[in-house]
Design a protein around this ligand. Structure first.
Ligand SMILES: Cc1cc2nc3c(=O)[nH]c(=O)nc-3n(C[C@H](O)[C@H](O)[C@H](O)COP(=O)(O)O)c2cc1C
Length: 150
């Protein structure tokens, strides 16, 4: 079974670190959101969707990519997000949209990611050093739950 991870990570590369850790763990192909249009999703059985959280939402480019997908592709999916200070439940936006599209969403993962965006610079940023080694190990273990689909 072929696996793919599509991710968006334009701020600090935090989500990219998580995406790479997961992809390595389950031997998934890895593609950035800007390059995902050319990918033949039909070739894959399991697809992971990951994004940073910006203004309380996943990247708009990721959401519009998901919204434009044809319905009922018959694929399994998982979602993951990184955010500076928000709630992990923010990945539910992607999860819900994927379910609406007919994906079988197997689960979601979230962890903190460093940010010094805007006024946070004054205090040197928040979630320093995140994702850290433990976050990346948790991400790998999360993804490995789906290895049975491999
Ligand atoms: C424009 C912008 C808006 C952000 N909004 C939020 C937010 O609403 N909630 C939050 O917890 N973090 C917020 N952050 C922090 C990011 O979610 C965090 O740094 C994330 O790990 C970035 O992922 P990336 O490095 O993969 O792009 C924001 C960062 C930026 C640049």
């Amino acid at each position: 079974m072929k696996k793919l991870i599509i991710y968006s990570s334009f701020h600090k590369g935090n989500t990219e670190k998580v995406a790479k850790a997961m992809a390595e763990a389950i031997r998934a192909d890895l593609v950035k959101i800007g390059e995902a249009d050319g990918v033949k999703l039909e070739d894959y059985d399991l697809i992971g969707f990951g994004s940073g959280i910006y203004g309380g939402r996943p990247d708009a480019a990721m959401m519009s990519f998901i919204e434009k997908l044809p319905g009922n592709l018959g694929k399994k999916a998982f979602v993951f997000t990184t955010c500076g200070f928000g709630k992990s439940g923010e990945n539910s936006v992607m999860l819900q949209e994927l379910r609406r599209k007919g994906f079988e969403v197997l689960g979601g993962f979230a962890c903190r990611g460093f940010t010094d965006y805007g006024l946070l610079k004054i205090v040197g940023g928040v979630s320093k050093g995140r994702p850290n080694e433990k976050d990346l190990l948790d991400a790998k273990n999360f993804a490995l739950r789906f290895i049975e689909y491999a």
